[in-house]
Design a binder for this molecule. Structure first.
Ligand SMILES: C[S@@+](CC[C@H](N)C(=O)[O-])C[C@H]1O[C@@H](n2cnc3c(N)ncnc32)[C@H](O)[C@@H]1O
Length: 452
């Protein structure tokens, strides 16, 4: 690494505590879905549902850690002419990721141990998609890191990013601050780990850790030390508000192409967590928040929800690339078999309503009318929204085609923002909904996405 990198203590941390802890042999029995890296979502949000992955695709996983994103992307593109570059400054993380890829026989990967600050487009080339999850907020100058990534992004390329959320992480920062009072300037990292275990353990016994949900779980297992270090003992981290994210992106010539699902410490985020309208009932206020622009809209929702500790989102040079429910010649499809299971269950059990539970704390009962039922039955990744509207209208003598269209678009918009459905041009091969191991629990509770 050259002088620009200059992050010895952060590199040392990830050499000693590669994150997250993964065992290569586990690749024989399970595939971890990196939610932001589902091709259907990348295609929908970043390429308007028009990306042909049968043509060559170059992907960079920057700060790839122990390989979750890389492995998931490479598996999805196994039959396609895709090239991958994995980059991380930690050799221990790189070796774990490489061993996982070897177990799976994934070969089209270039392995680079370096800092992302040293990326050089002339030698490494340009990429159609860059994943950089949980990395930029650990840099001294995150903007310089993002600029470096953008320097090797192809003109219509996209980034999948995750940055810490300021309000949702306030308890983490309080605990960090408390722990720092115990440490001297020379306290060694492994000594900090031991002391943190002792402190959390005792506070837990005294019932004083209720605002540090999750911290106690880390004490059960030594494998959680990497998580403990990453969350509470990190040598460098900062957090972002929605407004900060817009500013950061715009300073690098990027726009937000959409927030997406992410499993954070509190639960599972989705785009609806960023919609202030879910918090209000007064029609005047609903109209007011409806007329606000970004980032004000998202900022209100982030503050009112207060729980999002990780913001996962896509960025492109032109946010108009995202598909919307109004692209009626696109075909809606379920992203995973979880969405398909929800739809099948609603139909088979003839449910008249289901509960919706969002990470931001909102719980709603969603009525399921005949239009929603017909739509859920019709979604198959091949029929366009226009065709679905026709099918829905046929069964509904009492509503006119325009009403059917608006009703279908409203339902689709909700399904898209939950992360259950994406849109794609019907001229392209649909993505097969990926397997979900979790049974449906009777509500649209996004937690079941966690281990698809
Ligand atoms: C919190 S981990 C996230 C790993 C992975 N992206 C994931 O989500 O599982 C952060 C990773 O970024 C790497 N990293 C931090 N700063 C970096 C830099 N300047 N260049 C390359 N990698 C870096 C660390 O070595 C570590 O593996």
């Amino acid at each position: 690494m050259n002088a620009k990198s200059n992050l010895p203590h952060i590199q040392d941390q990830y050499e000693r505590y590669p994150f997250p802890v993964r065992l290569p042999e586990d690749e024989h029995t399970r595939l971890i879905a990196s939610e932001i890296d589902r091709l259907a979502k990348i295609d929908h949000h970043c390429f308007g549902g028009q990306r042909d992955f049968e043509k060559s695709t170059r992907i960079l996983v920057a700060g790839g850690g122990t390989g979750d994103a890389l492995i998931f992307l490479a598996e999805q593109l196994r039959e396609c002419p895709a090239e991958f570059v994995y980059l991380d400054m930690s050799s221990a993380s790189l070796e774990t990721a490489r061993a996982r890829a070897a177990v799976r026989g994934l070969e089209n990967i270039e392995w680079i141990q370096a800092s992302l600050l040293d990326l050089d487009a002339q030698s490494i080339g340009h990429f159609d998609y860059i994943n950089c999850v949980g990395v930029l907020h650990h840099l001294k100058d995150p903007r310089a890191g993002l600029e470096s990534l953008v320097s090797c992004l192809s003109p219509d390329g996209a980034l999948g990013l995750m940055l810490y959320g300021q309000f949702g992480r306030k308890n983490v920062y309080l605990l960090q601050e408390m722990l720092n009072q115990f440490f001297g300037p020379d306290t060694e990292l492994s000594a900090k780990v031991e002391l943190t275990r002792q402190i959390f353990g005792d506070l837990g016994r005294m019932g004083r850790l209720e605002f540090g949900e999750g911290a106690l779980n880390l004490l059960k297992d030594r494998r959680s030390d990497a998580y403990l270090v990453d969350t509470y003992l990190h040598g460098q981290d900062r957090a972002y508000t929605v407004t900060d994210i817009h500013e950061l992106l715009s300073s690098c010539g990027l726009e937000l192409a959409g927030f997406t699902n992410f499993f954070d410490d509190q639960g599972f985020t989705c785009a609806l967590d960023y919609d202030p309208q879910v918090f209000f009932s007064d029609s005047d206020l609903l109209a007011r928040v409806g007329s606000l622009e970004e980032p004000n809209r998202g900022q209100i929702a982030e503050i009112l929800g207060g729980k999002t500790s990780m913001h996962a989102f896509y960025a492109t040079r032109n946010s108009r690339a995202a598909a919307t429910a109004r692209d009626i010649d696109h075909a809606p499809n379920f992203v995973s078999s979880y969405g398909q299971t929800v739809a099948d269950s609603i139909i088979e059990l003839d449910l008249q309503s289901i509960s919706l539970r969002l990470n931001c704390g909102i719980e709603r009962e969603l009525p399921i009318g005949p239009v929603a039922r017909a739509l859920l039955r019709g979604i198959d990744g091949r029929k366009s929204t226009r065709e679905l509207v026709e099918i829905v209208s046929q069964g509904q003598a009492e509503i006119d085609p325009l009403q059917s269209m608006e009703a279908v678009l409203g339902h689709l918009d909700l399904l898209i923002r939950l992360g259950l459905v994406t849109l794609r041009s019907p001229d392209l091969k649909p993505f097969a909904p990926q397997h979900s191991s979790r049974p449906w629990n009777g509500a649209i509770d996004l937690r079941p996405f966690a281990d698809l």
